[in-house]
Ligand binder design. Structure first.
Ligand code: ADP
Ligand code: ZN
Ligand code: ZN
Length: 726
């Protein structure tokens, strides 16, 4: 009987042999018995015989034929990820699949009716805005319910109304899409730099990696759109006989219905699906299958969509390539950007990494010629002026509760002019905690090494690491003194200060808590646009691509935290964040101003920022990294362990360290140290860093290290290749 080698979601390296009656293609999902469990796996290889003895080998329970097999190129990509990230193949393969395909439950056959227009939509009543939007979408060709759903949450009821009133009817979806489906709407005439960028990518034969570097507003998105348009077309000369498929990866926070709507509007008749964790499991499966079948020509997604099956892939774009959300922080700790580059080279297609502030890794690659650098030097809209960026020296300013009088004055000025201000608080390594002014007691978390953060609204102390909470004590638990005061300026505290100073101002707090809910965030954005807000206070970037035309002032608090941080990437991130936040100010006709509070106004970070000079900043950082022997000049892997017993954690890491040293390779083995958060929810956390001068040496070392053979006890351990968090 033929043998199949199956990938299963178990933490063991290797594949598992099963017998099958009929040959099964690699990539096919199968249900098998594993131990006492019924599991779903993916056939990776077939074989004529097995090393497992005939009386012990089991038969595949069922071949799950309700989904098409994964392509050999996707299996190869996953194999690469498993090798590179030293993560078992089974969990790697299964985690790349939509959740619904990880189980053996039958794939639902979704009723997804198509609709077509049967009356002139220009006669639709003006007030039926959503119905009109649906009609616009149907003007070119019929569309399926699933595609229309993205237009609004009220699509269902509006479709019913349109159908009942005789504007549309249900129909069959035509198998062949008309050529007009490649139409590009509202295109700008590209400027010279944009055109050069598009041409360079289009003319690349097969694989090529391009770094598109241009400030916010320089027209990167416009370049993407034109490129997508070109790469969607068949191009027989380059061997692309059919139309292509485009994968566009964006950071988590950016994938909003607005962005999706934007690309849909630019390609009104091209199938576009989005893939992100905010979708229901069934919708995600459906979208994934549309990519797999090739019916979706554009896939817009967050990091996990780098594994979307796309048989006619012709271009990959990674927008905001420096963004931290492309890195997965648990399980398969992959960087979607890096996997995308590998995927492009494997598929022989170009890839464009776009950013206003490229990661030093990509920037270095562009300088050494591994990537090609494409620069958009100015703002696309010639009238748009760059904001004025300057520093407020906190040592020479009158301060109230951490905010300088100068900044408060400027905010007051904007309120009186009917303009908006944004106060950005850099929270990295910093939070409002409670302190006793008498004995110095601090609100430490009992189960972590972190501090409990003060939430004034419900008068609670909360630990942001383990989630434990308690009500705010009225007096010091240690000395009984009643003078407990918040230190540090959290968003809520700044909000209270501002509200006291400007009692009539309408203040909106935008932080992780308030943007977690998609609807709430959407409503906030509408409020901002409608000018129902005078001031925004936030810890997190307002997503790219959303202009707030009345926003003319950005104030930055807590910037210096990044300069003290133990994490060597903190200042790189701060620069990127501030460039991005500066890009929010004065995009329209009103010039913007950025004021940064700092004790070090002469620090190169701020000096370069004031001149909008990313290149100067990057060269300085790169020189420092080269001197210090940090990435991108070295390659790193981090072994982390976490557990209840401090002794177990350190014993494990010490053994791993001894094994590493015993190998005597050209790698640097650092000491075992506590993690930056050394205790979380009563678990001790520590780490061991390994560094090498080349990827190859590091990979070879990791393959030979055999940390799996070191007893783990009940510890939670992980190996992180190219770690970003320290
Ligand atoms: P980025 O993605 O770099 O922030 P966008 O592509 O969003 O920049 O462009 C910024 C603004 O400039 C947008 O309003 C866009 O419509 C406009 N724009 C882009 N390219 C051109 C062009 N070639 N001519 C005129 N306007 C342009
Ligand atoms: Zn005290
Ligand atoms: Zn805690």
């Amino acid at each position: 009987m033929p043998i199949v080698r199956v990938a299963l979601d178990v933490p063991i390296h290797g594949l598992f042999d099963y017998e099958v009656d009929e040959p099964v293609a690699p990539g096919q999902r199968v249900a098998v018995q594993f131990g006492r469990r019924q599991m779903t796996g993916v056939v990776m290889e077939t074989a004529a015989q097995s090393d497992v003895s005939p009386d012990r080998i089991r038969k595949v329970t069922r071949v799950l034929e309700d989904s098409a097999p994964l392509s050999s190129s996707l299996l190869k990509l996953l194999g690469f990820c498993s090798d590179y990230y030293h993560h078992p193949i089974g969990p790697t393969v299964l985690s790349a699949l939509p959740t619904r395909l990880r189980s053996d439950k039958p794939v639902p056959v979704r009723r997804d009716p198509a609709f077509r227009l049967i009356r002139d939509p220009s006669l639709l009543p003006k007030r039926k805005a959503i119905a009109r939007r649906i009609a616009d979408a149907l003007a070119m060709q019929p569309r399926m319910l699933s595609q229309l759903k993205a237009l609004s949450s009220r699509v269902g009821s509006e479709l019913k109304w349109l159908e009942a009133e005789g504007w549309i009817e249900q129909c069959e979806m035509p198998a062949e899409l008309p050529m007009q489906s490649l139409q590009l709407a509202n295109a700008h005439q590209l400027n010279f730099a944009q055109q050069q960028a598009v041409d360079a990518v289009v003319q690349s034969e097969g694989y090529g990696c391009f770094l598109l570097h241009g400030i916010t507003g320089s027209g990167k998105t416009e370049v993407y759109v034109h490129l997508m348009h070109r790469m969607l077309q068949p191009c027989p000369e380059s061997g692309r006989r059919e139309g292509g498929q485009i994968l566009l990866l964006v950071p988590e926070i950016n994938l909003t219905p607005q962005l999706e709507g934007y690309f849909r509007a630019r390609f009104p008749a091209t199938e576009l699906v989005s893939l992100h964790s905010g979708l229901s499991e069934n919708v995600r499966l459906m979208n994934w299958q549309q990519a797999q079948s090739g019916s979706a020509c554009i896939v817009l997604g967050t990091r996990l969509s780098v594994f979307a099956e796309m048989p006619r892939l012709s271009l990959i774009i990674v927008d905001e390539e420096h963004d931290g959300s492309f890195k997965q922080q648990d399980g398969l700790r992959y960087s979607a950007r890096d996997v995308a580059v590998f995927r492009a080279s494997q598929s022989g297609v170009p890839i464009v990494l776009g950013s206003a502030t490229p990661s030093l890794e990509s920037y270095h690659n562009a300088q050494t010629g591994r990537y090609r650098l494409l620069v958009l030097p100015g703002r696309a809209n010639a009238d748009a002026r760059l904001p004025d960026i300057s520093c407020i020296n906190v040592n020479q300013s009158v301060m109230s509760d951490g905010v300088s009088e100068k900044l408060l004055r400027e905010i007051g000025l904007r309120i009186s002019k009917g303009e908006q201000s944004l106060l950005f608080i850099n929270r990295r390594g910093y939070a409002p905690v409670l302190m006793c002014t008498e004995c110095g007691w601090l609100s430490n978390c009992k189960s972590c090494s972190g501090k409990m953060v003060l939430h004034l609204k419900d008068r609670k102390l909360r630990c942001h690491h383990c989630g434990s909470q308690q009500s705010m004590p009225v007096s010091c638990p240690d000395c009984g003194h009643a003078g407990l005061h918040p230190v540090g300026s959290g968003t809520q505290r700044v909000e209270s200060l501002l509200q006291a100073r400007f009692p009539d101002a309408r203040i909106l707090r935008v932080d992780r808590d308030s943007t977690r809910n998609k609807r709430a965030w959407q409503k906030m954005r509408e409020q901002i646009h409608a000018n129902e807000v005078d001031m925004l206070v936030g810890t997190q970037m307002l997503a790219k691509g959303h202009d707030f035309p009345s926003l003319t002032l950005v104030g930055v608090l807590g910037a210096d935290n990044a300069l003290y941080s133990a994490d060597f990437r903190a200042s790189e991130r701060l620069f990127a964040q501030l460039m991005q936040v500066a890009g929010r100010a004065g995009r329209a006709d009103k010039p913007g101003e950025v004021l940064i509070q700092t004790a070090f106004p002469d620090h190169p970070l701020f000096r370069c920022l004031e001149r909008h000079d990313f290149d100067a900043w990057a060269s300085q950082l790169l020189a420092e990294r080269r001197m210090a022997g940090f990435p991108p000049f070295v390659f790193q892997a981090m072994l982390r362990a976490e557990g209840k017993s401090e002794r177990d954690v350190y014993t494990y890491l010490d053994s791993a360290r001894a094994a590493a040293i015993a190998l005597q390779r050209e790698v640097e083995v650092f000491g075992v140290v506590p993690a930056s958060l050394a205790r979380r929810a009563n678990h001790v956390r520590a780490q061991l860093l390994i560094q090498a001068g080349s990827r190859k040496v590091l990979q070879q070392f990791l393959s030979d290290w055999r940390i799996d053979e070191i007893p783990k006890g009940g510890l939670h351990c992980s190996l992180d290749i190219d770690p970003l968090e320290f």
